[in-house]
Design a protein around this ligand. Structure first.
Ligand SMILES: [Zn+2]
Length: 253
């Protein structure tokens, strides 16, 4: 029996839910330096070891009415939300690949990595190095299956990292504190690898705009003057990869 398009799309959504579950665990554990895979998943409130039935993405949360089955305390709605968002990113990656399974897989893995970074930076103010290291080979494979323009990819990475490092250095001299984290600088290098020099202009414009919106919201919510830039960097890269036409609209080229 041959797998139909609908079968494969369903596989992507299911895989997305599984990766979404992994994303919630990683975004929580990586910033705290907790081991991955060694320790069983536990309820953050009562520390009960979670069984298979507790770990079915979204459905276990719904079935238990948003509460821990062991202690009855509320489980954050963020867990199912992240799982659903990653599943949507996987579905969109399938659609975007247009039947090219390899391209869809790479895009889906990218969406997963960006979701982990976004949540980790929002919650802990950290862009985990492990996730950047995970994205580097994905980015290289993405360029290889795309236009294969290595010169553009490498020079994009170097230009983005060097420029943002210079901004970081200048801000430090000027204000005596960090405006741009080292994690942001490294992330920009990875984004440059994906987009190349040609895509950097539109990328930085959109990232700056998203950062402005996020920073304003952050301040209005009373969460302090410093806000994490990672979500804006991830959001702009998502747009550049999932909807490249938007970038071509910002900077025609
Ligand atoms: Zn519990």
């Amino acid at each position: 029996m041959r797998a139909t398009t609908a079968d494969l799309a369903a596989v992507f959504v299911l895989l997305g839910l599984v990766f979404g579950s992994l994303a919630t665990a990683l975004s929580h554990r990586l910033p705290q330096g907790l081991p991955i895979g060694k320790d069983r998943s536990r309820c953050p409130k009562c520390a009960a070891v979670l069984g298979v039935a507790d770990l079915v993405p979204v459905f276990s949360w719904l079935a238990a009415g948003g509460r821990c089955r062991h202690c009855g305390q509320a489980v954050s709605w963020r867990y199912p939300l992240i799982e659903i968002l990653v599943a949507l990113l996987f579905a969109a990656a399938w659609w975007r690949g247009g039947g090219d399974l390899w391209a869809s897989m790479l895009l889906a893995l990218t969406g997963f990595g960006l979701m982990v970074i976004t949540v980790a930076d929002l919650e802990a103010g950290i862009i985990p190095d492990v996730m950047l290291l995970f994205l580097v080979p994905v980015a290289l494979a993405w360029r290889w299956q795309g236009d294969g323009d290595w010169a553009d990819a490498i020079s994009g990475a170097v230009a983005a990292a060097a420029a943002s490092f210079a901004v970081r250095w200048a801000f430090r001299r000027w204000r005596g504190k960090d405006g741009l984290g080292l994690g942001d600088v490294k992330f920009l290098g990875v984004a440059g690898l994906y987009l190349g020099v040609s895509g950097l202009g539109a990328y930085l414009l959109l990232a700056g705009l998203l950062g402005l919106l996020l920073g304003t919201g952050w301040r209005l919510a009373g969460r302090g003057p410093m806000f994490p830039f990672g979500p804006a960097l991830c959001g702009s890269l998502l747009v550049g990869l999932y909807c490249p036409n938007v970038f071509r609209g910002i900077v025609p080229g």
